[in-house]
Write a protein that binds this ligand. Structure first.
Ligand code: FES
Length: 93
């Protein structure tokens, strides 16, 4: 069954299963910070409020308790996350 990703500010969506969490957020035009996209830098981290994620590769970056790296994990259950600085959407180019 597909999991639901909910962002604290109230936006929710069902991600495509082949996408990691960062790609899933990007597919919804959610503005998330990132650099390496491989678990090295830690810049993509978000707060995991509720739910469980599964890492596709072990993150190298230090991840504080309660935080996750969306670039190298996907949802294992319904998730509620909080994006530092709030949930913003990319403007159309
Ligand atoms: S973008 Fe570098 S750890 Fe996720």
């Amino acid at each position: 069954m597909a999991n639901i990703i909910k962002i604290m500010e109230g936006f929710s969506f069902i991600p495509r299963s082949e996408l990691n969490l960062l790609e899933a957020l990007e597919s919804q035009k959610v503005d998330v910070e990132y650099q390496c996209r491989e678990g090295f830098c830690g810049s993509c981290q978000v707060q995991l409020v509720e739910g469980e994620v599964e890492y596709t590769s072990d993150p190298i970056a230090f991840v504080p308790e309660g935080r996750i790296l969306p670039c190298c994990c996907h949802a294992k259950s319904d998730l509620t996350i909080e994006i530092p600085g709030g949930c913003h959407f990319k403007k159309p180019e």
